[in-house]
Write a protein that binds this ligand. Structure first.
Ligand SMILES: [Zn+2]
Length: 336
């Protein structure tokens, strides 16, 4: 099948990708900070074109990436008002790309770093959504997040009605402490979306660990699942969703180049994949760039890109009628 050119648009691949209704389900609020806000804040410290946003830049390792991300994020995110301001720009940028459903990850240790109230942060994020864009807030914790300040927060998270889900962030090689399975289980019982980062720097065993111990239904990345055929079969059979971020993986050298990214094989083997941007502050990528990369560098056909986009809606926590409408809109862009 080929793309049906949308009305009033020219024929370019970019315009056809622009027209696809999309979801974004692996996005860190802190890592999505529009860089221009930092530049406007302090142009000496944050030059217009920092080295790490150059197209050829590769991060030497995860810890350097994480340090850079935190240093930049804390310069802006000092309280709820700054979250609201940033999210207004982030969400407007995604809405312009025809995104209508977002699962945005809020790094919960920020509650401790900046002394903010978690509910106020969630309200600041959700109230920044423009009409027609549904935003779910996912609370992210690292494997070593249980501190004196965060412990009492963690114990109550399953009762937070404004929180839509939880995610495991950070360094995958740290040990999973006993509080985590308890929290994920409680949040599962409370009907929240259960996610975890795994299979990015950790091997396939890190994916198996979060499936077994945290009972997650969505894996953030999951790239290295490809190294274990039994695990790939399990992901396919259980209908686990991999929220993948190919450009992030190339820039962090999880893959040597995008041309060999496992999303090609995982999709072909029947594993449910979506594509997302992860931390556009650090990678200078847009969601449309991810679709373009799949088309140009991994040979995804029009109907394969449509399937990836439909996966986003099919597994979203949104109104069923609206889901069907969005998927029908995607189909209408294709012609036999
Ligand atoms: Zn991530």
């Amino acid at each position: 099948m080929e793309w049906n050119a949308p009305p009033l648009a020219n024929d370019s691949l970019e315009s056809r990708i622009q027209a696809i209704p999309k979801t974004e389900t692996h996005l860190h609020i802190e890592g999505a900070l529009p860089y221009e806000l930092l530049h406007e804040l302090d142009s000496d410290r944050f030059p217009e074109k920092p080295f790490f946003r150059a197209s050829g830049y590769r991060y030497p390792n995860f810890v350097e990436f994480e340090t850079l991300l935190i240093d930049h994020a804390v310069a802006w995110y000092t309280g709820p008002e700054r979250y609201h301001q940033a999210c207004k720009r982030i969400f407007a940028g995604l809405a312009e790309q025809n995104v209508s459903y977002i699962e945005a990850s809020l790094h919960l240790p920020m509650i401790e770093f900046i002394g903010a109230d978690g509910h106020e942060l969630i309200h600041a994020i959700k109230s920044a959504a423009p009409e027609g864009l549904e935003v779910k807030v996912i609370g992210g914790l690292t494997r070593d997040s249980y501190s004196e300040v965060m412990g009492p927060v963690i114990e109550e998270l399953h009762k937070w009605d404004d929180l839509d889900g939880i995610d495991l962030h950070g360094q995958e090689w740290l040990e999973l402490e006993a509080w985590a399975p308890t929290l994920w289980h409680r949040c599962g019982e409370a009907g929240k979306i259960l996610k975890a980062h795994a299979g990015e720097f950790g091997g396939p065993e890190s994916v198996t660990e979060v499936l077994d111990k945290l009972e997650v239904t969505r894996i953030q990345h999951g790239v290295r699942a490809i190294e274990d055929q039994d695990l790939v079969n399990r992901l396919r059979d259980q209908g686990v969703v991999l929220d993948m971020c190919p450009i992030s993986n190339e820039k962090l050298q999880v893959v040597s180049s995008l041309e060999v990214h496992p999303i090609r094989s995982l999709h072909d083997l029947g594993v449910i994949c979506t594509i997302n941007t992860d931390d556009p502050l650090c990678f200078s990528n847009t969601l449309s760039d991810e679709y373009l990369a799949l088309s140009q560098r991994l040979d995804f056909s029009s109907d394969e890109l449509a399937e990836i986009a439909k996966n986003g809606f099919r597994h979203a926590r949104m109104d069923e009628a609206l889901k069907r409408k969005r998927m029908a809109e995607i189909d209408s862009l294709l012609t036999i």
